[in-house]
Write a protein that binds this ligand. Structure first.
Ligand code: PGA
Length: 253
């Protein structure tokens, strides 16, 4: 299975900054890369400029969220068909910042997954426990619930178009990352759940990424965990000199 490394730029970059960063990443990948597939998720206003830079390259484009309706009176939202129109092939859904700052529920994430799959987008479904949930010992229960609700309407035929990202909430943007052992254990549980829901062949083919304070210093150890099929990178994806070494960790697996 090809590894996947996603750069989530969150609410960063003007169009000019996004163009420059995308160019630097593209140039770096051309030099010496990479067994990994690379996806960039700039803010909406920078999707078009980044698309223009990465067109005809191996880099793919992602949205950071999508509404489940195709159009309508939903001020401030964006639809999956609009993301396709601007050139996205992927979309991040259920990111913990969406869940915890903007109150997204498992059910709304499920609606978004269905809408995006319907448009042919590949959702990157984020799941993860809070620090409180980890300390209560309910990490597995929380993650299984998030997966089961979000994937409820997904048929066996299209589960291959979904990526899962395990992002412990306590590790995002905090500088605290989960240890390779912790990551391996949770990824095994996620794999078990996918196999239970979609059968062995299909469940085993879904990529499971890790995200949360991934940096060049810890990416090698995370990439060497056999259950880790890629990484979702926030802060360190905003500079080519930190993002490229992370991508390269997968070329030497
Ligand atoms: P971080 O963000 O790498 O800055 O912790 C990861 C994410 O939110 O996807």
């Amino acid at each position: 299975m090809t590894s996947l490394v996603v750069g989530n730029w969150k609410m960063h970059t003007t169009q000019a900054q996004a163009r420059t960063l995308a160019r630097q990443i593209l140039r770096g990948l051309r030099k010496g890369h990479a067994g990994a597939e690379v996806v960039l998720a700039p803010p909406y206003t920078s999707l078009r400029p980044v698309r223009d830079v990465i067109r005809r390259s191996q880099i793919r484009l992602a949205g950071q969220n999508a509404h489940w309706h195709e159009s309508g009176a939903f001020t401030g939202e964006i639809s999956s068909s609009m993301l396709c129109d601007v050139g996205c092939e992927y979309v991040i859904l259920g990111h913990s910042e969406r869940r915890h700052i903007f109150g997204e529920s498992d059910r709304s994430v499920a609606q978004k997954i269905a809408a995006c799959l319907g448009q042919g987008l590949r959702p990157i479904l984020c799941v993860g426990e809070t620090l409180d949930e980890r300390e209560q010992g309910i990490t597995t229960r929380v993650i299984c619930r998030q997966l089961k609700v979000a994937l409820k309407g997904v048929s066996k035929n299209v589960i291959g178009n979904v990526e899962i990202a395990y992002e412990p909430v306590w590790a995002i943007g905090t500088g605290r990352n989960a240890t390779p052992e912790q990551v391996g254990r949770v990824h095994q549980r996620i794999r078990k759940t996918l196999v239970a829901l979609f059968g062995k062949a299909r469940g085993n083919r879904v990529r499971i990424l890790y995200g949360g304070s991934v940096k060049p210093e810890n990416a090698g150890a995370l990439a060497s965990v056999s259950e880790v099929n890629g990484l979702l990178v926030g802060g360190a994806s905003l500079k080519a000199e930190t993002f490229l070494p992370i991508v390269r960790c997968f070329s030497i697996r």
